[in-house]
Design a binder for this molecule. Structure first.
Ligand code: PAF
Length: 276
């Protein structure tokens, strides 16, 4: 696997070849990322991954500075998973001047849920993903469905801006306990790590109730929030939404659903979701 830090070198390495399959990441990789790389391999084109901690998608009070930078380990893992090329630019390479042009996703999709609690987050994500797409020119891009809303926002950007890229959402990889793998799980103390499973357990309870025919979404959401609070969590939301557009399902709407949640455990904010 080649490791490339500069845009010109990356373009030269990919020139003349087929459009690659691309797995963008912020590093500190886990099995969820590696599953995306293995899935990318099945498409029979070169696989490119990127590792770049994107300042634009972090608010000033968030964890940009302490986000783990583990490039040597990430490179070993990517190589083991069959990645052909790792693009690992530094900030000066990605943002040589202050990024004045930004990609502003529509409020209906990007100012709700994560976007409500992290204003500007999806503008930061779309802007860096757009830049990475321009640099890597992939034919396929893979994103983990643990970041469900991010997958939808990126897919919508690609569709509305007519980018010739197939966006694939990879299934969430979970520990045996049910805990969704996340780079931020590394912030948890051993006791918090045990407790963290409660988030997926609450999601499962809501999903099971929906599968069992309950349609009192607000009551189900409120019960899950209360249960998490009672265990010492600070939930931002537990929300039953339509899979197609993340809108609240109206009474009688039987379109496929997803339950999404974000909650803080100690100093760590975790997100998860389950399709129903
Ligand atoms: O999901 C992530 O790791 C990031 O949001 C992404 C897509 C790599 C953009 O920085």
């Amino acid at each position: 696997m080649k490791i490339i830090h500069h845009i010109d070198e990356l373009r030269a390495a990919l020139a003349g070849g087929p459009r690659p399959a691309f797995v963008p990441t912020m590093g500190n990789l886990h099995e969820g990322h590696l599953a995306l790389v293995r899935q990318a391999r099945t498409h029979g084109v070169p696989v490119v991954a990127s590792v770049f901690v994107n300042r634009l998608q972090f608010a000033p009070h968030e964890d940009f500075d302490r986000y783990p930078r583990t490039l040597a380990r990430d490179a070993e893992l990517l190589q083991g998973a069959g990645c052909d090329l790792l693009f690992a630019p530094d900030e000066a390479e990605m943002y040589p001047v202050a990024q004045g042009f930004k990609v502003q996703p529509p409020a209906a999709l990007a100012d709700i849920l994560e976007g409500h609690f992290r204003p500007g987050f999806f503008t930061g994500v779309c802007t860096v993903v757009m830049k990475l797409f321009q640099i890597v020119q992939p034919g396929i891009a893979l994103f983990g469905k643990k970041d469900y809303q991010q997958c939808m926002v990126v897919r919508s950007m690609v569709e509305q801006l007519n980018m010739p890229i197939q966006v694939i959402g990879g299934e969430t990889v979970r520990a045996a306990s049910g805990l969704a793998l996340s780079s931020r799980n590394g912030y948890l103390s051993p006791a918090e790590l045990e407790e963290a499973v409660a988030l997926s357990a609450e999601l499962r309870r809501v999903a099971d109730a929906l599968r069992g025919g309950r349609r009192d979404h607000a009551a189900l959401e409120a019960a899950a929030v209360a249960a998490l609070k009672a265990r010492g969590w600070q939930p931002d939301y537990v929300a039953v939404r339509r899979r197609a557009d993340l809108a609240e399902p109206a009474a009688g709407d039987d379109s496929p659903l997803v339950v999404l949640a974000a909650a803080r455990l100690g100093n760590t904010r975790l997100i998860d979701n389950l399709e129903v």
